[in-house]
Design a protein around this ligand. Structure first.
Ligand code: NAP
Length: 309
């Protein structure tokens, strides 16, 4: 691996990281993107994207490829390395990589995103993108006039159920207890909505269908009875995991593990910026991730020029 000190090391190659790369490259910063898997992040696994301006409809791999080609037009190194740690040395950051290697950089942009918690039941992986979704904002419009289930009882499950009522015929919220965790005002709205029904004390045991999802096997945890619920789609909202395990004690994280940073993407540690889903914020979408990526790269450039680095 090259021994050079990068101007900016971008951790994560999703839409936030790739946009940060484009802006850094255009700003003549020496930048690298460190990506443990393949570029695109959650976007890569999205079947159809209809809410990214400029594309009436594009699949996740297609938009990933378009962004990656744009990154590669600039002098940005894409290194397929898994980041395990981050340390500030005197005047540079050391980004530690799996296998003991490290990259040095004057600034760091955290863009390693988050991932949805999985139910881990039969059919979940098989039907992802064919009726199983973790994003109502992304996929809700594909279920116009259909019946769907939402799994979970937190703010996300209830908020996204309310959003889904714009399109679908009926939403059944399946929750493992008999009380929602969601905030009271969301609960009141959901209870008052004629399109939302509830299956209490219930867990999904299997997701079944032919080409796409057709039904769920749902077990009542109090009675043990298993019933078959016919649905065209299932939205799973049982929590997210921000990919911030390597950042404990490095930057301030909120109580859910997201990086605390405002719209300026500045974290609690000068020279470290946070962009995309990893950041504590309201709306996690490709468009908000790319916006963060641009802001973070410009902030890194300003940080370097103000210090003459
Ligand atoms: P959450 O609050 O952790 O809720 C997860 C829900 O999924 C809980 O109801 C939990 O059940 C259920 N669950 C967890 N594991 C499960 C499993 N294996 N099988 C079935 N159900 C399972 O997650 P979230 O809704 O994504 O919200 C995350 C945080 O972001 C929350 O603190 C929330 O307040 C915040 N948030 C805020 C807003 C807003 O203010 N507008 C919107 C979205 C999220 P139990 O209740 O039984 O534990």
């Amino acid at each position: 691996m090259a021994k050079e000190v990068y101007d900016v090391a971008i951790i994560g190659g999703g839409p936030a990281g790739m946009t940060a790369g484009i802006y850094a490259g255009r700003g003549h910063l020496r930048a690298c993107i460190l990506e443990g898997m393949s570029t695109g992040g959650q976007m890569f696994n999205t079947a159809v994207i209809e809410n990214y301006p400029g594309y009436d409809s594009i699949d996740g791999p297609g938009l990933t490829q378009a962004m990656e080609e744009q990154v590669r037009k600039w002098d940005v190194d894409i290194l397929y390395k898994h980041v395990t740690g981050l340390k500030r040395q005197t005047d540079v950051f050391e980004v530690e990589l799996l296998g003991g290697e490290a990259v040095q950089a004057k600034t760091v942009i955290l863009a390693s995103g988050s991932k949805p918690r999985k139910l881990e039941v039969p059919g979940e992986a098989e039907y992802q993108g064919r009726g199983v979704s973790y994003c109502a904002t992304c996929d809700g419009a594909f279920f116009r006039g259909k019946n769907v289930a939402v799994i979970g009882g937190g703010d996300s499950a209830v908020e996204e159920s309310l959003y889904l009522t714009r399109f679908v015929n009926k939403v059944t919220i399946i929750h493992r207890r008999d009380q929602l965790r969601a905030s009271k005002h969301l609960q009141e709205r959901a209870f008052a909505d004629p399109k939302i029904e509830f299956m209490w004390d219930s867990v999904v045991e299997a997701i079944e269908g032919q080409q796409t999802v057709e039904q769920l096997q749902v077990k009542n945890v109090k009675t043990g009875t298993v019933t078959s619920l016919p649905v065209d789609g299932v939205f799973i909202y049982i929590g997210m995991f921000p990919n911030t395990g390597f950042l404990q004690g490095i930057v301030e994280l909120d109580q859910w593990g997201y990086v605390v940073a405002g719209e300026d993407t500045a974290t609690s540690e000068p020279g470290i910026f946070a962009a995309g889903d990893i950041r504590a914020k309201e709306l996690r979408q490709i468009v908000t991730a790319v916006a963060d990526g641009a802001v973070a790269a410009m902030a890194a450039e300003r940080y370097l020029s103000e210090r003459g680095l």
